[in-house]
Design a binder for this molecule. Sequence first.
Ligand SMILES: Nc1ncnc2c1ncn2[C@@H]1O[C@H](COP(=O)(O)OP(=O)(O)OP(=O)(O)O)[C@@H](O)[C@H]1O
Length: 462
Amino acid sequence: MNNNYSLDILSTVLDSAYEGIVVINHEGKIIHFNEAYCRFTGIKIEDALGQHVTKIIENTRLHHVLKSGIPERGSLQIINGQEMVVHRIPIRKNDQVVAVIGMLIFEGVSELYKILEKHQQKAKTRLANTETKPLITLEQIIGKSEKIADTKQLARKAAKTLATVLITGESGTGKELFAQSIHLLSPFSTGPFVSVNCAAIPDHLLESELFGYADGAFTGARKGGKPGKFELANEGTLFLDEIGDMPLAMQSKILRVLQEKEGTRVGGVKPYRTNTRIVAATNKSLEQMVMAGTFREDLYYRLNIIRLHIPPLRERKEDIPLLLAHYMEEVCQKYNISIKRLTNTALVELLSYEWPGNIRELVNIVERMISLVDKEDISASDVSLLFNQSTISQSLSIEASDLAKAPLTIFSERKKEMKLEERDLIINVLIETNGNKAKAARKLGIHRSTLYDKLKLHDITM
Ligand SMILES: Nc1ncnc2c1ncn2[C@@H]1O[C@H](COP(=O)(O)OP(=O)(O)OP(=O)(O)O)[C@@H](O)[C@H]1O
C-alpha cells in the first residue's frame, strides 16, 4: 500500500468517526481536525489546521500530554460551556512523542448519563421480567382460527405505533397476553411492561398506586416516597387491566395524564414527565357505561384509538384442540407424569361445551382432568363427570357428591370449615410469597382480582 493511499484511508476513517478527533504534531500544531469536531465547535477545518492547539481548543491539555507522554483517558474538559469527556493519547516513534490524538468521546457528559440511565433501566427491566414470568410473544398465543389470525394481524399493526390500544373481550380470552405481545413488538419493547389491575386495587389506594406518593404524603408513607405505575412504566407500556372498574374520580386524573403526559405524586408538588404507551383492557361494554354515565366519554375516546377485540372461545372452536393439546402437555410435564390422551368422543364433548370462562376455564379443566383422572385415556364420561361436578368455578368449592348427600346443617358446617381452610391456605401462601399478591394468586391458581375479593371476604390485610 503506498503512503498517500493509506493517508487517504486514515482521513476517511477519522472524518466518518462519530467522536470529535484532533491530532497535533510534535510542535503542538493541529494536523488533523475531523468533521465531528468542526460541527461541535463551529470552527472551520481551514482555520484550525496549522494553528497551535491552545489557540483553537479551549481548556486543552494536548500540549501537556505532548511533553509528559502520559495518556489521559476519560478526563472532563469544558468546551463551549459544556462538560465533555475526552481522551488524550500520545503517539511515540523511537521513544519520542511525535504527536497526540485528542478524542471527544460523547457529545457531552449529560449524554453519557443518559446512556448510563438507559442501561440501568434495561437492566432493571430484565430483572423485573426475570423475577416474574417472561412476557408472552404473539407467536406464543395459541390459535389458528381465522378470527384469532385476524386479531393477531391487527395486534401486530397496532404494536408498531405508539397509539393507545383498547382490548375488549370476555374474561379469560387472553387480553393480558395480547397486551404483553403488543409491548414486545412496540418501539418501547426494551422498556418495562407494567400491569395494573384497576379492579383489584381498593379505590383509596388507586391514586397512589398509579401516580406514586411524595415523601411524608401520609402517616406511614415510605421515606423518600414511592413511584407510581406511570413513572415505573416510563418509556415502556402501562397495561390498565379492567379499566371499566376505574372509579369516575380517577378516570379524570388518568385523562389528564394521557393528555398532558405529566403526572404528580400524591402529596407532591413537582409534576414528572411520563412517556408511556397505554394499553387498556376491559370485559365490560364501555359504550354502555358511557351511556349510563359511569365511564367518561372523553376518556373512552382517548383510549379507543385502536380497538382490538378478542373473540370468545365458543366463536373459534377450531382453536380448542390446539389449546387442549398444549395445556395437556404442559400440565403433564409440570406434574412429571406421562402424557395423557383424550379419546375422540371426549374431544367432541369438550368441543360442544360453550366455555363461558374461555381459555382460563379450559386451562383449569385440563388441570382437573390430569389430576383427577387416573387412566391414560380420558373418556367422554370422565369429561362430563368433571363438568357435572361444577368444578369449573375457580373458588374452592364443595364437591357435588357432598352436596347431594349432606343434610343442610352438615352442609353449612362444612361450608364454615372450608371457609377457614381457604383462609389458612391463603395466609400460608401469602407468607410463602412474602406478601406478593401476584405471586400468591399464581400459586393458588386464581386470578389476582379473585384473590383480592377473597382477602376482603376473609378480612385478611397483608
Ligand atoms: N391464545 C392463548 N393461548 C394460550 N394461552 C392462552 C391464550 N389465551 C389465554 N390463554 C391463557 O388463559 C388464561 C387467561 O388469559 P388472560 O389473563 O390473558 O385473559 P384476560 O382476557 O386478560 O382475562 P381477564 O379479563 O379475566 O383479566 C391465562 O392462563 C393465559 O395464559
